[in-house]
Design a binder for this molecule. Sequence first.
Ligand code: HMG
Ligand code: MG
Length: 316
Amino acid sequence: MNTSKPTVARTAVRIVEVGPRDGLQNEPANLPLDAKRELIERLARAGLREIEAGAFVSPKHIPQMADSGPLLRLLRSEPERLAGVRLPVLTPNLQGYTAAVEAGADHVAVFAAASETFSQKNINCSIDESLRRFEPVLAAARAARIRVRGYLSCVVACPYEGAIAPATVAALAAELMNMGCSEISLGDTIGVGTPGTVLPMLEAVARLVPLKQLGGHFHDTYGMAVTNCYAAYEFGVRTFDASVAGLGGCPYAPGASGNVATEDLVYLFEGLGASTGVDLDALVECGSWVCAQLGRPSSSRVAASRIARRAGDAAA
Ligand code: HMG
Ligand code: MG
């Protein structure tokens, strides 16, 4: 039941589910391969059509993503189970890109940061070096007709450098687009933004990159992620990243919590009359299942309330 019935139909939104990557990369418990496959299939059954499946990064840095190759191969072995579902993966350099394509990837993402210190901590190079590393990835992807998403981290603030200037974010977003990225996902990596900082950043970026090629990627550390998604929607953004049950965080942003919970985002947008294509009940079920696998509670307020109501109904 959605208790906030929409009165006006709004433009649909596109939700990119990043739980199996951004979520699981920062969970202390590592899900076995079969459980990762089941998570992705459950998300697909709930209606998600873009599910970030893993990351081809150094296993020494992010051990939780070490089985991304076998996982992608497993998912590709029975394509009918995920028909119509895109499974993008992170590829920080040509080595990662090559391994991803060998495992069957046909959508990839490069990731840069708007903060020098974060770039060094996250991918062990300067911002400029990171862009040079992406050049061969983008060239190879162009030749293979593979779509490359560009992530930009710390678009509002950096855990090491503090506030980041909107002009810095805009210039980097434009550069990634010029290099051949198909869209830019703007990451409030540490979840400290409010509409007061997110909107000036969006205004600066939207002067250089069309809105339809921008996505919002809001972590929820300060509980502002849903608010920021709403503000970005009103501004004209229609692509949002989210993580089922609000799993995760960022290994190089101490204290940062997971992405906005997909359940909460679906409730928000369906409440607004902006279709998401996602079945909220099936998604809540999926979130409960993965939380049980990981031995952790859900960070989704919507899921917690639905589960409590169901338990109350069962007890009555
Ligand atoms: P590096 O140390 O600079 O690389 O790593 P290198 O070229 O000097 O190589 C060193 C070793 O790494 C070598 O292995 C390479 O083979 C290996 P060794 O000889 O020592 O055994 N290596 C790789 N192994 C697997 N896959 C690769 C790869 N490249 C080199 N692709 C690298 C650079 C980027 C790989 C490393 O720093 C790394 O893996 N960092 C982790 C980055 C990461 O996954 N961060 C989290 C995701 S980003 C994020 O969460 C933010 C986002 O959600 C948006 C937001 O919220 O803001 C996207
Ligand atoms: Mg993230």
